[in-house]
Design a protein around this ligand. Structure first.
Ligand code: SAM
Length: 461
């Protein structure tokens, strides 16, 4: 059934769409389109298509994305737990395709939770370079971290801050920045009745102010020659073309360039923003989006790296006995000795690998200072679930391998102990893909699958 659409929204959009208003309105009578994006760090889109028992159709503007039938539940398949894909709305895949992230770069996602676009950026970086993901809402930040963990992302630092609280630390630091801005969410109306209830022109105006603030902070952090992508999932001009025009007026060192893949989309609605892209739900298979690519000019601003920001992140020395526990774990667990390219840093009892060449973030809320390796508890090292999810099975000495039809696998995923012949830390896998840790003793594998992820996944018949 169609959600009740706000009257003022209908008045505005009717003016905008003229002749195609009825077609636009008709999309609300249809169910939302479903899609997912492959985690190319773990599996190729072709292999995923062959492995998964659902019918896939390609998404024209995202080579890793597929539509799937609304009657199927890939979110309940064990490959979802293994981080082989992210359920993501098709038009929401366009901004990162336009951002064009590359391995080894420094990339910032300013408004990151729940992490659809952050995981897409991370997959394209393939564990190389530095990815900073910021989310201002603490609860949403936890969901973001959980999604990064499931995807096996190893190069992310997660901040939980208002942008002005960290922008000075990262002056001209990033090669690419994504601002997937908070917006009035008109593109969510079909799947989320709450988005309809919360919508008002006043709220949309507030969003436009917030977008201006976020973009202004983003501009400071981009290197000359760098790329900034601005996107929203709303349709009104105030939060799209006008936000962009305002930004360009105040930032002559930026220019709008054409969105890659623009041939699949519509132009921006004003003359000065025609190079931006409109994704309309009645003209493609997706809920709709707006996106623009901005380039910071090379010649106007010199890269002024803040001297203070050159100091490394808090680099606490690891006490000798903790180092010894960690080294013993590596020796017992890994086939080859491991090397770390970052700093190993202890925060309380938690061990992280933080990036080298990183600004000092004292007094900023850092939700995750880098790759989480594990915890020291009662004189033992407990490896993190995040670490397990980023591992290749052939790097680990003891692997409990399941196929996706094995009943015992589903008992493990619900937190039960399972039989094993292994002793000590063991990586549990499904069809070769990491799922988590177990620890073997006396014929039993003690379950270390995180409690908050234990879940009754759909079992193949
Ligand atoms: N990029 C995300 C994804 O693809 O999963 C969706 C982001 S959502 C459209 C916008 C996010 O901006 C929300 O999570 C919201 O909490 C966050 N936000 C709200 N106020 C903000 C602010 N002042 N600065 C940065 N982000 C903010």
């Amino acid at each position: 059934m169609m959600n009740v659409l706000p009257t003022e929204f209908l008045t505005e959009i009717k003016k905008e769409l003229n002749g195609s208003f009825d077609e636009f309105l008709a999309t609300y009578e249809q169910p939302a389109v479903k899609s997912l994006r492959t985690n190319i760090m773990k599996v190729s889109p072709k292999s995923l298509e062959n492995m998964i028992p659902f019918h896939f159709e390609p998404i024209p503007w995202c080579p890793d994305g597929f539509y799937f039938p609304v009657t199927t539940r890939p979110g309940k398949h064990v490959y979802h737990a293994a981080g082989l894909y992210y359920i993501q709305e098709a038009s929401a895949m366009a901004p990162v395709e336009a951002l064009q992230p590359k391995p080894s770069e420094k990339i910032l996602d300013m408004c990151a939770a729940p992490g659809g676009k952050t995981t897409q950026i991370a997959a394209k970086m393939n564990g190389e370079g530095i990815l900073v993901a910021n989310e201002v809402d603490g609860k949403r930040c936890k969901v973001l971290i959980s999604n990064l963990e499931r995807f096996g992302v190893t190069n992310a630092v997660v901040l939980n801050e208002q942008p002005h609280r960290f922008s000075e630390r990262f002056t001209a630091y990033f090669d690419r920045i994504l601002v997937d801005a908070p917006c009035s969410g008109e593109g969510m109306f079909r799947k989320d009745p709450e988005a309809c209830e919360h919508w008002s022109i006043k709220n949309s105006e507030k969003c436009a102010d917030l977008q201006q603030y976020i973009l202004t902070e983003a501009a400071k952090m981009l290197k000359p020659g760098g790329r900034l992508v601005y996107s929203t999932c709303t349709f009104n001009r105030r939060e799209n073309e006008y936000t962009l025009e305002n930004f360009l007026r105040n930032h002559p060192d930026f220019e709008l360039i054409e969105v890659p893949n623009h041939q699949h989309f519509q132009n921006g609605l004003t003359d000065s923003t025609a190079l931006a892209s409109r994704l309309w739900p009645h003209l493609l298979r997706g809920e709709g989006h707006f996106l623009a690519v901005l380039q910071k000019k090379q010649d106007i601003e010199e890269a002024k790296i803040d001297k203070k920001s050159k100091k490394g992140i808090k680099n606490a020395r690891i006490p000798k006995q903790i180092s010894a526990l960690f080294e013993a774990f590596i020796k017992d667990t890994f086939v080859e000795p491991m090397s770390f390219s970052g700093n190993l840093v202890l925060y309380g009892d938690h061990l992280y690998e933080t990036p080298l060449d990183f600004p000092n973030l004292d007094k900023c809320k850092v939700a995750q200072p880098g790759r989480y390796l594990g915890e020291i508890r009662k004189g033992r090292f407990l490896p993190s679930h995040a670490w397990a999810m980023a591992l290749q099975a052939n790097s680990i000495k003891q692997v409990q391998s399941y196929q996706n039809r094995d009943r015992e696998l589903y008992r493990f995923l619900q937190g039960e102990t399972v039989p094993t012949t292994h002793k000590g830390w063991t990586l549990v896998t499904v069809d070769g893909y990491a799922l988590g840790w177990g620890k073997g003793a006396a014929g039993i594998l003690k379950n270390h699958y995180p409690k908050w992820l234990r879940f009754a996944y759909d079992q193949p018949k």
